[in-house]
Design a protein. Structure first.
Length: 129
């Protein structure tokens, strides 16, 4: 058994398979899931697990060189936007429809129970060297 970190076997394994520049879409409960990428659905109830909980857990496991989020989160003053600004080194902002389009190219999708609009981000993996 692992000492700590992410203990969901499917998610832990999927994160270990990501490589440099691979995309990981973390999304809210309402975002249409793209067909193609592996999906780890963590949603249990609306609000559980939260976007923040999942994002923070994943950021403890991965090196992220940049990320993409929806401009509507910033324009709407949603807390998700400030959370992303505070935690990510480079945050590109695009229209929500463009984020959904780019999400189809992600290697992994992690669905949360988030019920706050525009709680979505694509993380792009970096390297430790």
């Amino acid at each position: 058994m692992k000492r700590g970190g992410i203990i969901n076997a499917q998610l832990s394994g999927a994160l270990a398979r990501l490589g440099h520049t691979d995309g990981l879409l973390i999304c809210d409960a309402g975002l249409p899931l793209p067909s193609g990428p592996e999906v780890v659905d963590l949603a249990f109830e609306f609000g559980t697990p939260t976007f923040k909980t999942v994002l923070d857990g994943i950021l403890r496991e991965l090196i992220v060189e940049r990320a993409t989020a929806a401009m509507e989160a910033a324009e709407g003053g949603y807390a998700t936007h400030q959370l992303l600004v505070d935690r990510l080194p480079v945050l590109d902002i695009v229209p929500h429809e463009e984020l959904k389009r780019r999400g189809r190219g992600a290697k992994l999708v992690v669905r949360t129970g988030a019920d706050i609009p525009y709680s979505n981000v694509i993380l792009y993996c970096g390297v430790p060297f």
